[in-house]
Ligand binder design. Structure first.
Ligand code: MG
Length: 254
């Protein structure tokens, strides 16, 4: 099932729905606990998609893909490189990514985003999928010009609009059988199986749950395949996981 958040083009009210063949069926309630169908179906041509949830937290992992299976390391890092992205950086599909005024280009990073659905503390790798609500596509936009020389990435990851998320949350997905893709102005730049992750999705979530209690609405960005490049004013970036959808954002200079 695909969950969406949206508004009608002429109204400000934020609505939730599930994607059907006939349009988006409006739902009411909390997607993580108790929701129900309404009778209202919205034409996809008459709505504006928003990010599919307002995350509680957004946590990313650094440099987490190899180019081919043979390059996967036999030993994993003791402490993976994680970072937070502010919730204020989250935008939906269709909204522009704004390049900070002091620089002329920023990097795209197409990623599988995991949405936590149940409180998770000290869970094992084998239990992780029981705690996942669903999956989305993220663009972990990055301005490496703002990485601090002492190694801190936070500022370079945190500008407004730097976390496009969407278009939907897909709840029925086998995370081991998908490809993460990116198209810059129509040219394919990234295309990798999630099996090329260094720290697997299950390992990273089990690890995080030993550090912090994860809650419904937490979003984990699982790292970007090889091939990420810079983008500039006037570009269009599409991050795609075929089973979830296309996350499409224009790029403009701030
Ligand atoms: Mg990334």
């Amino acid at each position: 099932m695909k969950f969406a958040r949206f508004k009608k083009q002429t109204e400000e009210t934020i609505l939730q729905g599930i994607v059907t063949d006939n349009g988006i069926l409006e739902i009411e309630g909390d997607i993580f606990s108790d929701w129900k169908h309404t009778e209202v179906v919205h034409d996809v041509e008459e709505i504006e998609l928003l990010e599919p949830l307002t995350p509680r937290h957004v946590i990313g992992i650094g440099a987490n893909y190899v180019g081919k299976t043979a390059d996967l390391p036999s030993e994993l890092p003791d402490i993976p490189v994680f970072f937070y992205k502010p919730v204020s950086s989250v935008i939906g599909s269709g909204e522009p990514i704004v390049i900070p005024s002091k620089v002329e280009e920023v990097k795209f990073e197409s990623e599988l985003a995991v949405v936590i659905g149940k409180r998770a503390s000290n869970i094992s790798e084998e239990e992780v999928t029981d705690y996942i609500f669903g999956y989305s596509v993220a663009n972990d936009v990055t301005a490496p010009q703002f990485f601090h020389e002492a190694g801190h990435w936070m500022i370079g990851k945190s500008f407004d609009t730097f976390t496009p998320l969407g278009p939907y949350i897909e709840t029925e997905l086998d995370p081991d059988k998908i490809k993460v893709e990116a198209y810059l102005n129509g040219d394919k730049k990234q295309n990798s199986s999630t099996l090329l992750m260094i720290v697997s999705m299950r390992k990273m979530i089990a690890y995080l749950s030993e550090v912090m209690t994860l809650e419904p609405g937490d979003v984990i960005l699982t790292g970007s395949p090889l091939g990420a490049e810079m983008m500039k004013d006037g570009d269009e970036i599409v991050c795609e996981i075929a089973e979830i959808g296309k996350l499409r954002n224009p790029v403009k200079q701030g």
